[in-house]
Design a protein around this ligand. Sequence first.
Ligand code: B1M
Length: 243
Amino acid sequence: MPSRRNHSAIPPMSDEIDLNALSDDDLVQQMHDDLYDGLKEEIEEGVRILLGRRWTPYDVLTKALVEGMRIVGEDFRDGILFVPEVLMSANAMKAGMAILRPLLVETGAPKIGKMVIGTVKGDIHDIGKNLVCMMMEGAGFEVVDLGINNPVENYLKAIEEHKPDIVGMSALLTTTMPYMKVVIDTLKDKGIRDDYIVLVGGAPLNEDFARQIGADAYCRDAAVAVQTAKDLIKRRHNQRAAT
Ligand code: B1M
């Protein structure tokens, strides 16, 4: 089992640790280690403990899970972790997210817009996209999740079927991010590009790239995606009201 650099001061054998006995800070450190080691059950337990201590689902998500995944990402990049290990971390992360999902999407608010979103063709990374889905749902958007590895045809079919306000795309690889332009160019060719707000996100993207491919905005993270979606929907409504 991989061992994290700068491991926390807590002894490494997670199954010998009573997670309940740890302070909040130590528990979060331990969860970073457990995520690193792909320990699904420990992550589930940690999430439940933090929620029981009245942490908000958003804080559990960002401080315990997303931060833990950031550390995994660094060591994956540096060749310390490899695909099978990262897959285990990803599964542990997803298990934690599954507990948080109903809490984050719980909202009695009327729907403020609809988004179709998917990870683009050739790309199977979905943790970030799933997070965006959860946060958007929590903010009152209806979300149609196309999953991973989506060719342009999937976006077109979903647009036709669901008539969304927003088309969202996620890409985590430098080799797959250009495919976002394929989708946007196809919308342009069909004369429907301006019918939708197009939002893009994923670690290798930036604002320049989003501008170059003709997206409406680049979203650095899920919280930015929510705020950007709200702002652009509002702007659209105002424009329509003015005409
Ligand atoms: Co992959 N992987 N991976 N990987 N992986 C990266 C992306 C990489 C940067 C790691 C590295 O440093 N080397 C690297 C890409 C390098 C590059 O392109 N320059 C890489 C590589 C190379 C690969 C493979 C090619 C490895 C191989 O096979 N040799 C392979 C590719 C498979 C494929 O897609 N065809 C691969 C496979 C995998 C796993 C399957 C093992 C696993 C994915 C599991 C899964 O997703 N179900 C995996 C993982 C987990 C990662 C890292 C470690 C973590 C990604 C993640 O989940 N981050 C990643 C390293 C990294 O990113 N630092 C890496 C946490 C997540 C919350 O953040 O996804 O950025 P993120 O999402 C954020 C924002 O970006 C934004 O909001 C999210 C939430 O705040 N956002 C959006 C994302 N999408 C959005 C869409 C929006 C809006 C905002 O629409 C509106």
